[in-house]
Design a protein around this ligand. Structure first.
Ligand SMILES: Nc1ncnc2c1ncn2[C@@H]1O[C@H](COP(=O)(O)OP(=O)(O)OP(=O)(O)O)[C@@H](O)[C@H]1O
Ligand SMILES: [Mg+2]
Length: 510
């Protein structure tokens, strides 16, 4: 037990369910949020390793097993929450991304109970979980489900960059200000622009003005170092580490094992380069087979080699900053503070880049690895203050609409709309004598125009019937989209003035 005393009124958790690492925060006896240490670490690897008899390990132990049993070990499951068909099949069992996320959340919950001195019995279950800003209603529903499976009561979800803004903005900023949050984690970069309004005697009010993302992060940097190491291995031994089908003399299983080992070495080297100019790896007795007798491996990497490797990827994020500033209708000069969030912002090149683009040193009072969890806990608290709404207005990250005639997409809710929001459009029939209409509800991630385009996702469908049989264009149908603070989307359709004709669907139910 670490002996942290939790204030009894604060039996609440904030959980940062990350692609590579997850963190959990609770409130200490003084009412300050703190990140809890679980099995010796605040950053719990989001890794699960299965073994016979429905047993499994989570976190650091599972990450170590990734090297020995890569086929029974799963990491980065968060990226799979977007794929409704994904199943991990191992040892005769099939697991959904929500099932696996639930095991991670359950481990965090149990760890939180152990690491505090409080008696959590019957108290611990309430939490807020952070999610990427670009998660749609369906992915959010999966996260809530994972929380329920883990025995948690999910009282809310919060967008990750918004959570970081809360960690800074609720009480650390004393005057009205505008923040740009640059959150680069393992799999993704999120940039948000947030306006903070100070209110005398109360927590500040936050309003998200813009939010955009790009799939660039620490995993990509690991991959570049991995390639560097693989090239060196090939030069010495002829082994093509990254090509499972290459004709060398290494079995596939062994190669998978080596890949996992090299990947974790690559990540370790990358982290070391954030602190020092030079790093080495030394893997004695790597192989000892008849084809590869007595192979050891060593390699070194200088920061001066690493930086040009990642430079183009980092540079590509400037566009995301520009887009977010444009969406917020602000210039760089109008931003008071650029805030760094996410593990990858420990990298000196990334910090220099943001400083250069924003024309000022980034602001970083808080540890970029922990502020999302802290913000999630603060938001959980804000949700439980009786009689008060949390002082926060967030926006949705992409547009929603329906399939119109043919394959066209008609937008009802624009990207960047404030939550909650309600939008109505009237449609007319395009064929004679129709008595019903099928309404297909789509989310549109990339601002495309046809429902068959990339980034379009069918969220659900329903039918409105009882239309009077008339000529094309003579019958009107009103379609209404309502999106609430939790990104739950309600869609309904009705004949004007005829409440009894209403039909509809809710996406992202709790
Ligand atoms: N000191 C460091 N130097 C360089 N990279 C680091 C350092 N610490 C952590 N990272 C990298 O940061 C990434 C993880 O960051 P973070 O925990 O913010 O992401 P995540 O929350 O798991 O992912 P995401 O936010 O994309 O879901 C990993 O790629 C990790 O290697
Ligand atoms: Mg994160």
């Amino acid at each position: 037990m670490s002996g942290i005393v939790i204030a009894p009124s604060h039996y609440l958790l904030g959980i940062d369910l990350g692609t590579s690492y997850s963190l959990v925060a609770a409130f200490d006896g003084l009412g300050e949020p703190v990140v809890l240490e679980i099995d010796g670490t605040k950053e719990v690897p989001s890794v699960v390793s299965f073994s016979e008899g429905h047993r499994y390990l989570v976190g650091q132990k599972a990450k170590r097993l990734a090297r020995i049993a890569p086929d029974r070990t799963v990491s980065s499951i968060k990226l799979k929450l977007k794929d409704p068909h994904y199943r991990l099949e191992t040892l005769g069992q099939a697991y959904t991304p929500a099932d696996i996320s639930a095991l991670i959340l359950g481990y965090l919950r149990d760890g939180a109970q152990r690491s505090t001195a409080a008696d959590w019995r019957g108290n611990l279950t309430r939490c807020v979980i952070s999610v990427p800003a670009n998660f749609g209603p369906a992915e959010r529903e999966q996260v809530v489900r994972a929380g329920q499976l883990a025995g948690l009561e999910v009282i809310g979800l919060i967008n990750e960059p918004t959570a970081a803004a809360i960690a800074y903005g609720f009480d650390r900023v004393n005057e009205d200000s505008r923040l740009l949050i640059y959150d680069m984690g393992g799999g993704t970069l999120d940039v948000s622009v947030v306006k903070v309004r100070s209110r005398p005697g109360k927590a500040n009010e936050l309003r998200v003005l813009a939010s955009n993302g790009l799939d660039v992060g620490g995993d990509n940097f690991d991959e570049l170092i991995l390639r560097h190491l693989a090239d060196k291995l090939q030069a010495g031994t002829g082994i093509q580490l990254l090509d499972l089908t290459a004709k060398d003399h290494l079995e596939i299983d062994k190669k998978r094992e080596l890949q996992a080992l090299f990947r974790s070495e690559a990540e370790r080297m990358k982290r070391e380069l954030s602190e020092s100019e030079h790093t080495v790896t030394w893997l004695p007795n790597l192989l000892d087979t008849s084809a590869y007798p007595g192979v050891s491996f060593d390699a070194e990497l200088f920061r001066s080699q690493f930086e040009p490797m990642i430079q183009p990827l980092v540079q590509a994020t400037e566009e995301v900053i520009n887009k977010s500033l444009a969406q917020a209708k602000l210039s760089r000069e109008q931003i008071d503070k650029a805030v760094l969030v996410g593990g990858s912002t420990h990298i000196p090149l990334v910090r220099r880049f943001v400083a250069e683009v924003m024309g000022r040193a980034p602001y970083g009072d808080l540890d970029p690895s922990t502020c999302v969890a802290l913000g999630a806990a603060l938001y959980a608290y804000a949700l439980t203050v009786p009689g008060e709404e949390p002082p926060l207005v967030d926006i949705n990250s992409y547009s929603f609409g329906i399939q119109a005639s043919g394959w066209g997409f008609t937008e009802l809710i624009p990207k960047g709309a404030e939550l909650p929001g309600e939008y109505t459009k009237t449609f007319t029939t395009v064929a004679d004598e129709v008595t019903f209409l099928n309404i297909n509800v789509y989310s549109n991630e990339q601002g495309n125009r046809r429902v068959t385009d990339p980034g379009m996702k069918l969220l659900g469908q329903f039918t409105i019937d009882g239309l009077p049989p008339r000529k094309a264009g003579e019958v009107k149908v009103e379609v209404t989209f309502r999106l609430n603070e939790d990104n739950i989307l309600e869609v309904s359709a009705r004949l004007p003035g005829r409440a009894d004709s209403e039909a509809g669907i809710t996406i992202g139910k709790r």
